[in-house]
Design a protein around this ligand. Structure first.
Ligand SMILES: *[C@@H]1O[C@H](CO)[C@@H](O)[C@H](O)[C@H]1NC(C)=O
Ligand SMILES: *[C@@H]1O[C@H](CO)[C@@H](O)[C@H](O)[C@H]1NC(C)=O
Length: 451
């Protein structure tokens, strides 16, 4: 989801503002409605039957792509019968398609649905792999990438945490192709990563150009109109401005039972108002009735601490369903966001000026957390205690600090600045706006030459 929505957003921009036609090729149905000038093609998902059930999802994605080169080739052949293909724009997992598309002489671009920091990391990863041994978390020095905050090994991408694992090898493999694309688009903007942006602007050596085109999220009408989202908004409407903390760990994030309970008790101790998207704990038996909340609405939050729901009912709202989060983040009552730091969610928070508490879970989220806390300074960090659990006292402390404390004020002010910068970047003549024009003019040229 976090990858498909920005890609759909880019397609929409190219179609509506710049009059291209676009074909979105995905492995899944698109959750959002698209303008009629964007067609969609669904690639068949190869059967990966003999994979062990505990195979990392990144390995699954990479294998799926590796098995889909021929189907995509067929799609390109068929599209070429009726269309001049100006370019193919790939998601960050699309590396393995590159050489096939090059055979057609069609330019390929890489769209990093994350930031410059992630791109820099991936570009450096093959070197890091060749020049170091042992686990990355045991490296004696933090990694210093040009224009980026120092990064400790333990904060590297989660799939790299076991050097000998299959998934680690896949990530290094896809990174090797990153500098072979015609150009790279990042879903970031110049002012939020100013030093990195400057580095890439000046980077010569015939290296591909990098354009910041963000923040780009899906700008269609994706407001949920179901009953629960109405209830949420009505509840928010009754709360004072910037008084509510929103807690949501994205589409894929779950917590253990122990962590869920600590978070609940910490929220209670903080005394703050909150909306919490509560997920069934990830160590719950899958046959549990919690997974069928409809059949069992009485007890569907039965894993929360005894009496918690009752005690917090006047200032807290707990909801099952994830998203759409924009309606919550853009509401004036929302004053803080406890987030897993997925980049999509982060951009939503930035665009709405909501300061964050960084609580990374997987993928590149720890890197995003470092960027937000130490680089951009728009987030406070929830400190992880023994056994990898954020304890209730820490939850209470950091939530209170964000909403009422001095550090909270500082990140709130900084986030407000970033909100204005983000709007400026995508506004007329802003840096991201101009970057899109540059790309468009290249695409127009290649549409002529590939005809
Ligand atoms: C990303 O943001 C869009 C809105 O721009 C939202 O609808 C979508 O659910 C978000 N996806 C993820 C994975 O956070
Ligand atoms: C469950 O959530 C915890 C965070 O509370 C996380 O550390 C752990 O990896 C998750 N386990 C699974 C199987 O997703």
């Amino acid at each position: 989801m976090g990858h498909v929505t920005p890609l759909a957003g880019l397609a929409k921009l190219l179609v509506l503002r710049h009059h291209f036609t676009a074909t979105l090729v995905t492995f899944s149905d698109l959750p959002c409605s698209l303008p009629s000038s964007i067609s969609t093609i669904q690639l068949p998902t190869p059967l990966l039957e003999d994979l062990p059930s505990n195979t990392h999802f990144v390995t699954r994605i990479c294998l799926t792509i590796a098995h889909s080169v021929s189907p995509l080739r067929e799609i390109l052949i068929s599209l070429r019968r009726t269309t001049r293909i100006a370019a193919v724009i790939f998601d960050l997992f699309g590396s393995d398609f590159l050489s096939m598309v090059k055979e057609f002489g069609i330019p390929s671009y890489l769209f990093i649905t994350s930031n410059y920091f992630f791109l820099s990391f991936m570009l450096h990863l093959p070197t890091l792999e060749e020049t170091t041994t042992g686990e990355f978390r045991d490296l004696s020095e933090p990694l210093r990438l040009p224009g980026c905050v120092p990064l400790n090994g333990e904060d590297f991408l989660e799939p790299l945490q076991e050097r000998e694992s299959v998934v680690c090898a896949w990530v290094v493999h896809i990174a090797r192709n990153y500098d072979l694309f015609e150009g790279t688009l990042v879903n970031s903007f110049e002012t939020i990563e100013a030093d990195a942006a400057m580095y890439y602007k000046k980077r010569g050596d015939g290296k591909p150009h990098v354009w910041p085109i963000g923040p780009l999220t899906w700008s269609g009408s994706d407001m949920g109109t179901d009953e629960s989202s109405h209830k949420r908004i009505e509840w928010l409407n009754r709360q004072p401005t910037e008084s509510v903390v929103f807690i949501c760990f994205g589409s894929g994030g779950t917590l253990s039972l122990e962590q869920t309970q600590e978070l609940a008790l910490g929220l209670e101790m903080s005394g703050q108002r909150f909306i919490w998207v509560v997920r069934v704990p990830n160590d719950t038996d899958p046959s549990s009735s919690y997974f069928n909340p409809k059949q069992n609405s009485e007890n569907c939050f039965g894993f929360l601490p005894e009496g918690f729901v009752e005690r917090t009912k006047d200032r807290g709202m707990i909801v099952h369903s994830w998203g759409p989060q924009r309606e919550v983040l853009s509401h004036h009552a929302t004053g803080g966001f406890v987030s897993h730091c997925g980049w999509n969610s982060t951009l939503e928070s930035l665009m709405n000026g909501v300061p964050m508490i960084a609580w990374p879970l997987y993928a590149e989220q720890r890197m995003n957390a470092v960027l937000l806390v130490e680089g951009v300074k728009v987030a406070l960090k929830a400190k992880v205690g023994v056994n990898g659990v954020v304890r209730r006292q820490e939850v209470a402390k950091v939530v209170k600090e964000l909403m009422e404390g001095e550090e909270g004020k500082v990140v709130r002010r900084r986030m407000q600045e970033m909100k204005e910068e983000a709007a400026r970047a995508v506004g007329k003549e802003g840096s991201s706006y101009k970057a899109i024009y540059e790309i468009v003019s290249l695409l127009e040229d290649s549409a002529v030459t590939t005809s």
